[in-house]
Design a protein around this ligand. Structure first.
Ligand code: ITT
Length: 332
C-alpha cells in the first residue's frame, strides 16, 4: 500500500512536469492548483534560505529562480484576470527581492512574495471554474473505450475534452485490489484524479456466469492465469462449462463506471448486458468473451454484432450513459 502511494506521488510529480513543460493554455489552467502548490513550496524554501543566509545568498537566488520558472508556466497562458494580477504581483515581488540581493542585502524583505504567492493560491482553488477547463480523463489505454465515451458525452451535449491515460504516460497502472467492479473502478478513478488533478472516469468490467456464482467476474481478464490472454480465458471457461446444458448457461457482462474528482468526490454507476453462453466461439468482432455471449433477444453472439450495435446494448454503453447525469451534476 505504501509502495503504491509512493508510486502515485512520483507519478504526480511526473504529471506536473509533463504539464508544465507542455504549457498549453488548457494544461496550465487545469494544473493551476498544482502550480500554486509548487510556488508555495518554493516560497517556503525561500523563507528558509533567507533565515539561513549569512553572507551566502546562493540558496536565496536558487529559490527565486525556482519561483520565476513556475511563474513562467502560468504567465501568458491564463485568461483569468485575478490570476494574471496575482502572477504580475508575484513577478514584481521576485524582481524587487532579486534586486535587493544583488545590492548586497542577504536578508531581504520577502513580504511582497509571500503576499502575492498567497493570492495565487487563493485564485487557484480546485473549484474555481473560471480556471478549470473541462478536461476529463478516462483511465484506459483502449482507444475504443475513449471513442465510445466521447460519443456518449457529445450526444448528451456535454462539451468536455476527453483524454485517455496515454496523455499522461508517466502515471503507472493502478493495481485492481478491489473485490467488486465498483471498487476497482473507484480505485482507478481516484488514483488518476489524484495523480493528474483532473476529474477522472474509470470502468471495470467482466463476464459473470450464473452457474459459477458470478465468476469469472472481476477476474475475467486473467481467468486462465495470464492477464489479457482472451483466447485462453475463453477456452478455459468453455471447458469448465462443457457439461452445463443450455437452460443453465445464463451469464451477463457487467460494467461499473466511476467518476472521481481530485477533491475526493466520487460517484459510481453500473450497466449489464444479459445473455446466454454458447458452447463454442462464433464471430470475429469485439474482444474477450464476445464470441461466446449471445445477448438476450438476439440470435447472434456479441462478436457478430457491429461495434455500433454492441455499444447500443452493451454493459459499458449502459454504464457510460448512466454516467451522463453524474457528469452533468459534477462538471456541467
Ligand atoms: P482497460 O485497459 O480499460 O482496463 P480491459 O479490457 O483490460 O480494459 P475491462 O475491465 O474492460 O479491462 O475488462 C476486463 C475483462 O472482461 C476483459 O479482458 C474481457 O475478458 C472481459 N470483458 C469486459 N468487457 C467485455 C466485452 O464488452 N466483451 C467481451 N469481454 C469483455
Amino acid at each position: 500500500m505504501k509502495h503504491r502511494r509512493l508510486a502515485l506521488a512520483v507519478a504526480t510529480a511526473a504529471a506536473l512536469t509533463t504539464v508544465l513543460s507542455g504549457c498549453g493554455a488548457l494544461d496550465t489552467a487545469m494544473d493551476c492548483v498544482k502550480t500554486a502548490d509548487a510556488i508555495a513550496t518554493s516560497v517556503q524554501n525561500l523563507q528558509q534560505a533567507v533565515s539561513n543566509a549569512s553572507n551566502d545568498v546562493t540558496q536565496i537566488e536558487e529559490s527565486l529562480n525556482q519561483i520565476s520558472t513556475e511563474l513562467g508556466n502560468l504567465k501568458n497562458t491564463t485568461d483569468n484576470a485575478d490570476l494574471s494580477k496575482a502572477v504580475d504581483d508575484l513577478t514584481k515581488g521576485v524582481d524587487s527581492v532579486r534586486t535587493a540581493v544583488k545590492n548586497g542585502d542577504a536578508t531581504p524583505d520577502i513580504t511582497p512574495i509571500t503576499d502575492a504567492a498567497g493570492e495565487v493560491a487563493k485564485v487557484c482553488t480546485p473549484d474555481n471554474r473560471a480556471m478549470t477547463h473541462q478536461r476529463l480523463i478516462l483511465a484506459t489505454r483502449n482507444a475504443g473505450k475513449i471513442t465510445e465515451l466521447h460519443a456518449i458525452l457529445a450526444d448528451a451535449g456535454l462539451d468536455l475534452e476527453l483524454v485517455g491515460a496515454d496523455a499522461y504516460p508517466d502515471i503507472p497502472d493502478v493495481k485492481e485490489t478491489g473485490v467488486t467492479f465498483a471498487e476497482n473502478a473507484l480505485l482507478k478513478a481516484h488514483a488518476l484524479a489524484r495523480a493528474t488533478g483532473l476529474p477522472a472516469v474509470a470502468d471495470d468490467s467482466g463476464l459473470c456466469v450464473d452457474v459459477l456464482n458470478g465468476a469469472p467476474g472481476i477476474f475475467s481478464a486473467r481467468w486462465s492465469g495470464t492477464h489479457g490472454d482472451d483466447k485462453a480465458n475463453l477456452n478455459l471457461l468453455l471447458a469448465q462449462l462443457s457439461d452445463i446444458a443450455d437452460p443453465h448457461r445464463a451469464a451477463h457482462f457487467a460494467c461499473a463506471a466511476a467518476l472521481a474528482l481530485p477533491d475526493g468526490t466520487e460517484r459510481v454507476v453500473e450497466g449489464r448486458l444479459p445473455g446466454t453462453l454458447r458452447h463454442a466461439p462464433v464471430g470475429t468482432n469485439g474482444f474477450g468473451y464476445d464470441p461466446i455471449l449471445q445477448p438476450a433477444g438476439h440470435d447472434v453472439t456479441c462478436a457478430e454484432l457491429t461495434p455500433a450495435e454492441k455499444n447500443a446494448i452493451s454493459h459499458r454503453g449502459k454504464a457510460f450513459r448512466a454516467l451522463v447525469p453524474v457528469v452533468k451534476e459534477l462538471l456541467g
